[in-house]
Design a protein around this ligand. Structure first.
Ligand code: GDP
Ligand code: IMO
Ligand code: MG
Length: 427
């Protein structure tokens, strides 16, 4: 397979983990390029469930080299726990298989404290963050006071940087939020074992990828979150703090965008969202509950119920445009079985206009009225379908219509959480 970027096409949790795991045997290297342990990527292999937050979902394939790019923010304790859990199941997580960029920023205890304190103080206006310190860690990166994985090699320098950062952090924690100050000693006590453990994993990730490409190998770039959670192009301010569009794969690993060949947008056959923010096609009725229960729509990271709604093609069109999607992988089609009618949002009306793309003004998405097209549903259980011909005509019609409306071909159709519950159409 050529080099491929995996993009969350909606608001996250589209089934990226399953698709990465499925395609992993066709590439040699898989690199994560954004986000941190706000992500939860579920992979089910032989009935066994793995939820990966930081390590690429391809780690379960022995021959794949897994890389953590500079665009990722890493919580050392979470990474260590994830590695230990995998190792206890016999998965090789040695530095020969897993490498971390020197430039990856590290989530510190004060990032988590600030993330949680801020959310609490927002009252009814919460973003609904995962509370993992993601935003404050990216803030420090932009403010040029972040701690990077390279600092694991120089603990004294790391200590000095932390001490400097704590001056501002403690002023906020104590002065604004009424919390306890954090001492450099307690942070170092937590960070020294992390530094020691991960020092052997450090690598020039961009260099590794370039060398692999020169040796004729192929690369998959694993995205976290989704395009509409992108810090620039998502539903700001109800977004995460990193980029989730195709360009992030290049920036977040340190390679040229010219080597990105295919861009696969993973899209659920309906829409979900966790946390706050506008959601035009949200269903607050029994259909929404049906999707939540049938699709087991509860967050893989926080366990929160996911908000559910009809498929929103306006969002997908925007994703296709922003990301240059070459393919769609349509997931969870099986969840729609049993619904008499299915609705697809094909456009919005906003201030008397009909829009094919989301309006750009802040908060406008909360005011649009979705325009729906109604399609017939199907009753049959499709979770055993493995070929296009095995899908009921109504399901084929639903997919055909999505392709027409987005202009992108659905080359992968997922009908269950397992690796093999997939219909492939020439990816
Ligand atoms: P990610 O964050 O994009 O990797 O997605 P998550 O793992 O957070 O959420 C997707 C959920 O849907 C997981 O529990 C998957 O096991 C499950 N899943 C993936 N594809 C399918 C599918 O086609 N059908 C069903 N029923 N479940 C699926
Ligand atoms: P995966 O990779 C779904 C959401 C949070 C919140 C907002 C900001 O599993 O698809 P943050 O902690 O990032 O500052 O929270 O972003 N969010 C996700 N929602 N899937 C994810 O990742 C998410 N990562 C962040 O719920 O609304
Ligand atoms: Mg997820």
């Amino acid at each position: 397979m050529s080099n491929v970027v995996i993009i969350g096409a909606q608001w996250g949790d589209e089934g990226k983990g399953k698709i990465v795991d499925l395609l992993a045997p066709e590439v040699n290297v898989v690199a994560r390029y954004n986000g941190g342990n706000n992500a939860g990527h579920t992979v089910i292999v032989n009935g066994q469930k793995y939820i990966l937050h930081l390590i690429p979902s391809a780690i379960l394939h022995n021959d794949t080299l897994c890389l953590i790019g500079n665009g990722v923010v890493m919580d050392g304790a979470v990474m260590a726990a994830e590695m230990d859990a995998l190792a206890s199941k016999g998965v090789d997580v040695s530095p020969a298989r897993l490498k971390i960029s020197y430039k990856t920023h590290i989530i510190m205890p004060y990032h988590k404290a600030l993330d949680q304190a801020r959310e609490k103080s927002r009252g009814g206006n919460k973003i609904g963050t995962t509370g993992r310190g993601i935003g404050p860690c990216y803030e420090d990166k932009a403010a040029r006071i972040g701690i990077r994985a390279a600092d694991f090699l120089q603990p004294e320098l790391m200590r000095a940087k932390i001490e400097r950062a704590l001056v501002e952090k403690n002023a906020l924690l104590t002065g604004l939020f009424g919390l306890k100050a954090i001492s450099v000693d307690e942070v170092m006590a937590e960070m020294l074992p992390v530094a020691e453990r991960f020092a052997p994993y450090l690598a020039d990730v961009g260099g590794e990828i370039t060398a692999a490409l020169q040796a004729g190998r192929s690369i998959m770039f694993e995205g976290a979150q989704g395009v509409h959670l992108d810090i620039d192009h998502g539903t700001y301010p109800y977004v995460t703090s990193s980029n989730a569009i195709t360009g992030a794969a290049a920036v977040g690993t340190g390679i040229s965008p010219a080597c990105l060949d295919r861009v696969v947008g993973i899209a659920k056959a309906y829409t979900t969202r966790v946390g706050g923010g506008p959601f035009p096609t949200e269903l607050l009725d029994e259909n929404g509950e049906y999707l939540r229960q049938t699709g087991a729509e509860y967050g893989a990271t926080t366990g929160r119920p996911r908000r559910c709604g009809w498929l929103d093609v306006v969002l997908l069109r925007e994703t296709a445009r922003l990301c240059g999607l070459t393919d769609i992988a349509l997931t969870k089609l099986d969840v729609l079985s049993g619904l008499k009618e299915l609705k697809i949002c094909t456009a919005y009306t906003f201030k008397g206009r009909t829009l094919q793309f989301p309006p750009q003004e802040e908060d406008a998405l909360a005011q649009v009225v979705p325009l729906y097209e109604t399609l017939p549903g199907w009753d049959a259980d499709i979770s055993h379908a493995r070929r296009w011909e095995e899908l009921p005509p109504q399901a084929q019609g639903y997919i055909n219509r999505i392709e027409e409306l987005t202009g992108v071909r659905a080359t992968l159709i997922s009908v269950g959480p397992d690796r093999d519950a997939t219909i492939r159409r020439d990816l």
